[in-house]
Write a protein that binds this ligand. Structure first.
Ligand code: NAP
Length: 639
């Protein structure tokens, strides 16, 4: 877009599609008129339903007319710089757009998310340390996905030496690997992007190719590619002298050993596909593969396809496969909760692009609104109320964990009923018998339910007994012949860091030490493993609240501050103290038991085989942001 795009007609057309709460805040920037956010017309704190927050159509029209005047005046005045509002006014604007009066504790956090006063609040500057000391310190980053690219960018900016290795032949991690038809991001794209690299996304939830291109481009633009070794896998790492990790890697030219002062593991939680333990799995005569290891050479057109699983991956791919296959049989063990999102596949219109790119501060407020409504704002609906009877008089599992959760259940059930209520048998199969957010809620614009209603799709809930050369047989003895079997059966999530072997200062291998129970302090550091840092480590996954990019930005900020501590004080190593780690994990476990995903009846990849929630963060985004602002030296022993 250029200044030439600021015609009255373009502005007017764009305003017709504006998100009015974001527009009102943008108008405060443009006009300085705070009365705009002090009247009775305010967006309600509703997280589902009217995206305009219940602002009356008349008031919306009045705001659009006011915005047309303000924007044309801004243009006619030659696009002058706008004076920043005071922090107190920004706080009022935050309260206005979220529809709640937020605790003061949120102030600094949300201001930093808004980036009105600081363009790069997650950056840790090491500029005050000597260039030689920074350059002589070397960090190995394992993984070149979203977190690894981020870590490399921050290390480069800070002048710290680094090498990135990735087992794949390209960067992008999960977006490089997952190429199944229908794969797309299921967090709003305006929050699923680096805070320092906002993007003009083509869709609200863009497809895999767009995400991959974004990460590839960011890696190139930030000049980190020369430090990335692709097709190179870490086999094992040993902590030797204080501050020295010796790392055995296998690359295109064979095995070699790298030495690093610190390691950042950025391998993710979901990078090792899990095939189900079903009898006869390998006896199937046709092609069979996992969604994350898509075999595009098999044309599915006109074929009979069996899909096992109804998690996020199968959920996205079944509707696409159903368009070309002769028959799709979907084997569902547990139904997912489905949250309707009409814009899930919608392109962002020219008018919306214009608003996001041209109207000063509109894009920041829109991103912030997304951040809030898909993040912190949802937590209250999935937190357990200890006084709530979630199983009123029926024995079919826990229904809900609080009144708000029950209301969410009613809303999601009503949405499903609208889509498939005319097929009572299908409807019954699609309503989960566990509380919403017991597992990840899946986002849909109806394409899943529409796919299930197709003549060539059948949802089978009869449990699988075995796989045989011809297909899948259920426990009731029904044989479902198939030409191809697709496993949408998830990942070895609680086998975190698998299959690498990491030997700490006492020679103990980390995964052996963990067993199936990975734990870390802040999700980042483990006692006995000095200078080893994790991104997206134990208990840093989110179920409803927010984007995982936010977590990685917090983690990398913390890690960079740790490196600053080491380099700045000329220390070799920092090792998290055991009692700090244990106390923290006690808090995490209690927190997870208080959330819908901690429900004892629910099985999910969030829990290990003993039922402990190993993957999820149970508290607010504010708490994660606060706890990762900077290391407390008292949490560590130094060498
Ligand atoms: P998943 O959520 O773990 O789902 C696995 C599915 O396979 C479940 O329906 C599970 O049933 C079923 N299953 C597993 N073993 C089975 C067996 N032996 N017999 C029958 N069914 C079996 O895996 P996923 O779908 O790959 O998703 C994993 C995570 O990846 C998601 O939660 C999300 O965080 C992420 N993801 C994100 C996106 C996105 O952003 N667009 C897309 C895909 C995935 P049960 O539920 O009964 O265990």
């Amino acid at each position: 877009m250029t200044d030439a795009s600021w015609t009255d007609a373009t502005i007017e057309a764009a305003l017709a599609e504006a998100h009015v709460p974001s527009l009102i805040n943008a108008l405060v920037h443009l006009t300085g008129d705070v009365s705009l956010i002090r009247g009775d017309e305010r967006p309600a704190s509703q997280l589902f339903g009217d995206p305009q927050g219940g602002i009356s159509p008349e008031h919306q029209e009045a705001i659009r007319a006011r915005a047309l005047d303000a924007l044309t005046a801004h243009r006619d005045a030659g696009f002058p710089d706008l004076p920043p509002p005071s922090p107190a006014t920004v706080k009022e604007m935050v309260d206005f757009i979220t529809g709640v009066e937020l605790d003061d504790a949120y102030g600094e956090f949300l201001m930093s998310e808004l980036k009105i006063f600081d363009e790069d609040p997650y950056r840790v500057s090491l500029d005050d340390l000597s260039e030689a000391a920074r350059g002589n310190f070397h960090v190995l980053v394992i993984g070149a996905g979203m977190s690894g690219i981020l870590a490399a960018i921050r290390l480069k900016e800070a002048g710290v030496g680094y090498t990135v290795v990735d087992k794949n032949a390209g960067v992008g991690g999960t977006w490089f690997e997952n190429r199944y038809p229908g794969c797309r991001v299921d967090s709003p794209n305006h929050t699923y992007s680096y805070s320092f690299a906002p993007e003009d996304w083509p869709q609200h939830f863009s497809p895999q190719r767009v995400l991959l291109e974004y990460f590839e481009r960011i890696a190139t633009e930030h000049g980190i590619r020369d430090n990335i070794r692709l097709s190179t896998e870490v086999l094992e790492a040993r902590y030797e002298d204080p501050g020295t990790w010796r790392v055995k890697v296998r690359g295109p030219n064979g095995d070699s050993t790298l030495t690093a002062n610190a390691i950042i593991s950025a391998v993710g939680q979901l990078n090792r596909p899990k095939l189900p333990e079903i009898e006869g799995r390998d006896s199937f005569a046709g092609p069979s593969f996992h969604t994350a290891q898509w075999q595009a050479q098999h044309d599915l057109k006109g074929k009979r396809i069996a899909v096992i699983g109804t998690g996020a991956s199968a959920f996205q791919t079944v509707p696409e496969i159903a368009k070309v296959a002769a028959q799709v049989t979907v084997f569902q063990r547990t139904a997912p909760w489905v949250s309707l999102r009409p814009d899930y596949h919608a392109p962002i219109s020219d008018a919306k692009h214009w608003l996001l790119n041209e109207v000063p501060f509109y894009g920041k407020w829109y991103r912030f609104f997304m951040f809030w409504t898909t993040g912190e704002g949802l937590l209250s609906m999935v937190r357990r109320d200890p006084g709530w009877d979630g199983n009123p008089g029926d024995s079919n599992g826990e229904r809900s964990v609080s009144l708000a959760n029950d209301q969410l259940r009613a809303l999601l059930t009503a949405n499903a009923e609208r889509m498939i209520g005319d097929d009572p048998a299908l409807f019954a199969k699609c309503i989960p018998n566990y509380p919403p957010a017991g597992k990840r809620m899946l986002i849909d614009n109806g394409h899943w339910f529409r796919a299930l209603k197709r003549d060539n799709v059948e949802l089978v809930t009869d449990p699988i007994d075995r796989i045989n050369p011809d297909g899948v047989q259920t426990e009731s003895g029904r044989q479902m012949d198939a030409d191809v079997i697709i496993f949408g059966t998830g990942f070895h999530a609680s086998r975190l860091l698998f299959p690498m072997k990491l030997f700490g200062k006492d020679g103990v291998e980390l995964r052996e030490h963990w067993g199936a129970d990975p734990r870390a302090y802040l999700g980042i550091v483990m006692p006995g493993y000095p200078n080893l840092f994790c991104c997206y480590g134990p208990n840093t996954n989110i179920v409803v609240n927010g984007s995982i990019v936010f977590f990685s930005e917090c983690e990398v900020r913390y890690i960079m501050a740790c490196l600053k501590l080491l380099i700045g004080r000329d220390l070799a190593a920092m090792d998290c103290r055991r009692e700090v780690h244990d106390a923290y994990n006690g808090k995490i476990d209690a927190g997870n038991l208080g959330m819908a995903w901690g429900s004892p009846d629910v099985r999910s990849w969030y829990k290990n085989e003993r039922g402990r929630v190993t993957q999820n963060w149970p508290f607010t985004l504010l708490e994660f942001w606060n706890q990762t602002r900077a290391p407390n030296p008292e949490d560590f022993d130094f060498a």
